[in-house]
Design a protein around this ligand. Structure first.
Ligand SMILES: Nc1ncnc2c1ncn2[C@@H]1O[C@H](COP(=O)(O)OP(=O)(O)OP(=O)(O)O)[C@@H](O)[C@H]1O
Ligand SMILES: [Mg+2]
Length: 315
């Protein structure tokens, strides 16, 4: 649905993005992650046709953004970092105005506006002046203007920035709801946001792709092993049994003398055998849990120079 090839953008002497290549399939929800200044907004502005690249191409639903901007704009909804709201307009009037700008036929205007209002739960404030709304509600108006022309693709630039935790959750739910029907690319540096809404992530660093994978795949990339935390009542004897298992990569005894961290090959059988061995050893199993690599760990590793170079080279 979105195909980006060899995309580069320079702002005078500053190179914001360099030779980006990626594509996003129909119905996918992809998180676009990266530290400040990585090039997320720049890329999104180019995808949505708001800015021309220095070189490279972007296709949306088969249409080239710069050869067929009108076809692309019909199919794309964009929530910029700062939504272009008219503060002195009423919510429904503003949405009607945006729908008209986006060429929604006159006969369908009312339905389109009502539909966007319903999807973003703006019913109770539809007649309020936008400037008087709270930030969370304004953000929803931003989302409503992005979907009012029923686009196939939604581009959201940090959709929950500056919202309180309750509104963050509401906006996330809203995105999850829209995600079922649309292709979505969402930029953020809030990692739980990605875990809550996206299947796949593209991590960008200094204008280049540092990694592109499913969340699960990223975890795998970082390590070929899985780590487990095990706590037992009677630790004597367990260690030798666990150490002799096939697929064990490391065994670390914790200071309390009752807990261990075990690293083993990433296979289902290895997990099963480990659990079974501990239980059968009669050591009195109290706790058994996997210690997963967090997305924070992955993000930090990928966006600090050494790992970024190493993993970037693999992708
Ligand atoms: N209009 C501009 N003129 C000059 N440089 C710019 C302009 N817009 C962005 N840049 C530079 O391009 C780079 C990428 O910026 P961009 O806004 O795309 O990053 P971002 O990933 O969206 O960052 P953030 O997380 O802070 O929003 C940065 O070095 C930034 O300073
Ligand atoms: Mg940005």
């Amino acid at each position: 649905m979105i195909e980006i090839s060899q995309l580069s953008k320079r702002y005078g002497p500053i190179s914001a993005i360099q030779n980006l290549n990626f594509s996003i399939g129909k119905g996918e929800v992809v998180g676009f992650l990266g530290p400040n200044g990585a090039g997320k907004t720049t890329t999104m502005k180019i995808i949505t046709g708001f800015m021309a690249p220095t070189s490279g191409s972007v296709k949306v639903a088969g249409f080239d953004v710069f050869e067929n901007p009108i076809e692309v704009k019909k199919r794309i909804g964009y929530l910029p970092e700062t939504p272009p709201l008219y503060m002195d307009m009423r919510v429904s009037d503003y949405l009607k105005y945006v729908a008209e700008l986006k060429d929604v036929p006159k006969s369908k205007l009312t339905v389109a506006v009502n539909d966007a209002i319903e999807k973003t739960s703006l019913g109770p404030v539809r007649n309020r002046i936008i400037g008087n709304l709270s930030k969370g509600f304004r953000q929803r108006v931003g989302l409503a203007q992005a979907i009012v022309h029923s686009p196939q693709v939604l581009v959201l630039d940090e959709p929950t920035v500056g919202l309180d935790p309750k509104q963050v959750i509401e906006v996330r739910h809203l995105i999850q709801k829209l995600a079922g029907q649309l292709t979505v690319i969402l930029s953020t540096h809030i990692l739980p946001e990605v875990q809550a809404t996206c299947k796949r992530v593209i991590i960008i660093n200094k204008g280049q792709i540092a990694a592109e994978d499913t969340l699960e795949g990223l975890g795998h990339r970082m390590t070929d092993a899985r780590r487990f935390f095990i706590k037992v009542r009677r630790p004597q004897g367990v260690e030798s049994q666990v150490r002799s298992l096939k697929g064990i990569k490391s065994f670390k005894k914790m200071e309390d003398g009752h807990s261990f961290e075990v690293e083993l090959d990433r296979t289902d059988e290895a997990n099963e055998v480990l659990a079974e061995t501990v239980v059968k050893s009669g050591a009195g199993l109290m706790e058994f849990r996997s210690i997963d690599v967090s997305l924070e760990d992955i993000f930090l590793k990928l966006t600090t120079t050494d790992h970024a170079a190493q993993l970037g080279a693999q992708s």
